[in-house]
Ligand binder design. Structure first.
Ligand SMILES: C[S@@+](CC[C@H](N)C(=O)[O-])C[C@H]1O[C@@H](n2cnc3c(N)ncnc32)[C@H](O)[C@@H]1O
Length: 515
């Protein structure tokens, strides 16, 4: 349960990322009242482009209806990676269109506050448009920005953050630092979590196409670590060779539902988990033997049983069939021992940049009490512990708290304690008891912080508040509350944790005005 909750909140695994992307798109469109998804990519979908002569431009947005043709200049990229322009002062959301482009588009939906349309022809093409490297980019939907250069992706993400602060916090001149991107924005994901299925004799592993039960095979996914891809392919081959039954979503028969492979970057060891729909994994002994022979980098083979019908990936019970109980990983000089269901950041290289920004914002001298609210497995608290007097982490998921305690122990950190509970309940209690943190770090789920937590922070008056967020909209809304209660926004540091997708993470520093 812990793993699944984390996943949906922290963009944990690829499958859940897809859902999060879609949900996010829905949320964003709800803001403007839009629903739907991308329908166009130049080059791939050339046949969808209609000649300009078929256009029939309208004179008033009120008259626009589905099926009409309009011409739109794209002003920016929206939170879900779509192009956003205006037609007669109404926002128009156009999947696959890029900033600066002038596109002819067909209206797919016209509502009071917005229009949704799909590209039929690009009149003026962006120099940042590129052919998406992935052959299943459109079908898969896990990435949203492969049709633009990486440079343009970074600019778009900065714009998304700027726009959120303008819209939700009324800040026109945001103290934003340049986004921290990656030198190589490919092969960064340390973990794949793929549904298994069959097409005739062939075993597929991938993601379901949006709104369907059609599995899109994503073999060799370019954002995955190549070692992870190798293990997924090798495992598929062994499953086929031994004719192990693959779960069929429709008939609810078969065994293997999902393959999860996670690589430890420091060791290059891989933890492999097969999620099955029943207790029995047929031919388990031969399966273990063949995987060990074929994939020597695999150091753990585990089975997790999930008999449920919900979209949660993991079930409650995990058995290690062979090998190490946990995968060792390090971030900087902090060590982690990860059980198959334990959460860990998906892009370790960028996580270090994010946590370093948190450390800079916290500006610790060794004397401070730091509260790490929404601490997960305690990674941020541990990153700060050696420069603080005391760290107190708060996390709602018991297994995460247990992991945090174990990880602190493994790293020899003895000034960090982790508490199970809701941040919006525990912090107010502590404050009522007279606890006065010097620095509070919050890293909430996409929904942002609960108001009682923000109120408790305002009451406790920590000198520094470090807000880590994967959702610029809720970040900006919460910042507005904090700015109204005596804080000042010093800087916002966006970090590109998920290149090729429209996700953007930010670390923001707020300080008390009366400091
Ligand atoms: C975005 S993650 C942050 C994880 C961690 N800081 C890290 O960098 O890995 C948010 C975490 O908040 C936890 N959470 C969600 N709601 C919570 C609440 N009301 N109180 C405390 N923790 C909560 C989730 O279980 C999740 O571990």
């Amino acid at each position: 349960m812990y793993q699944e909750r984390k996943r949906s909140e922290v963009i944990m695994a690829r499958m859940e990322d897809k859902r999060a992307d879609r949900n996010r798109g829905e949320r964003q469109r709800k803001d403007a009242g839009v629903k739907g998804k991308r329908t166009f990519h130049e080059g791939r979908s050339g046949s969808k482009i209609k000649p300009a002569s078929s256009l029939n431009a309208h004179s008033s947005a009120e008259e626009v209806k589905a099926g009409d043709r309009i011409v739109v200049t794209i002003k920016r990229i929206g939170i879900n990676g779509e192009g956003v322009g205006y037609y007669k002062r109404k926002a128009v959301f156009i999947e696959g269109a890029l900033t600066g482009e002038v596109v002819k588009a067909q209206v797919t939906k016209a509502e009071r506050g917005y229009i949704q349309a799909s590209v039929t022809e690009i009149e003026k093409k962006s120099p940042h448009r590129q052919q998406p490297p992935c052959p299943v980019y459109e079908e898969c939907g896990g990435c949203q920005l492969q049709h633009m250069t990486y440079e343009a992706q970074l600019m778009a993400k900065e714009e998304i953050v700027r726009e959120a602060f303008q819209r939700y916090a009324g800040i026109d001149s945001l103290p934003m630092r340049p986004i921290l991107g990656m030198d190589n924005p490919w092969g960064y994901r340390n973990k794949a979590q793929l549904q298994a299925g069959r097409q005739g004799r062939e075993i597929l592993t991938g993601l379901y196409a949006a709104g369907s039960h059609r599995l899109v095979d994503i073999s060799g996914c370019e954002v995955q670590d190549p070692i992870v891809n190798e293990v997924i392919e090798g495992t598929k081959a062994v499953l086929g060779e031994l004719d192990i039954p693959i779960y069929n979503e429709r008939t609810r028969e078969g065994a293997v539902r999902t393959i999860v492979a996670r690589v430890g970057r420091a060791s290059e060891h891989v933890q492999l988990t097969l999620i099955t729909a029943a207790d029995r994994l047929p031919d388990a002994r031969r399966l273990v033997q063949r995987i060990r022979e074929k994939l020597p980098m695999v150091k753990t083979i585990a089975q997790n049983v999930n008999k449920g019908k919900s979209p949660l990936i993991f079930g409650e019970r995990t058995t290690v069939l062979w090998g190490d109980e946990r995968l060792n990983e390090t971030l900087g000089d902090v060590r982690f021992a990860l059980s198959p269901r334990a959460f860990f950041q998906l892009n370790p290289e960028q996580t270090v940049k994010l946590y370093d920004a948190v450390k800079e914002a916290a500006a610790l001298t060794g004397k401070e009490l730091v509260v790490d609210a929404y601490c997960g497995t305690g990674t941020i608290g541990m990153w700060l512990a050696k420069d603080a007097s005391e760290v107190r982490g708060i996390e709602v998921i018991p297994e995460a708290v247990a992991d945090a305690r174990d990880n602190a122990c493994a790293s020899g950190i003895d000034n960090a304690r982790f508490f199970e509970g809701r941040a919006e309940e525990l912090l107010p209690q502590w404050v009522a008891q007279g606890v006065r943190p010097d620095v509070v770090v919050v890293d909430p789920p996409r929904t942002g912080c609960e108001l009682p937590l923000l109120q408790a922070i305002a009451k406790a008056q920590p000198k520094r508040l470090v807000y880590v967020s994967c959702n610029p909209s809720t970040l900006a809304k919460d910042c507005k509350v904090l700015l109204d209660s005596g804080y000042q926004l010093e800087w916002v540091q966006p970090v590109d944790m998920f290149p090729q997708t429209s996700h953007v993470e930010c670390c923001s520093l707020l300080v008390r005005k009366d400091n």
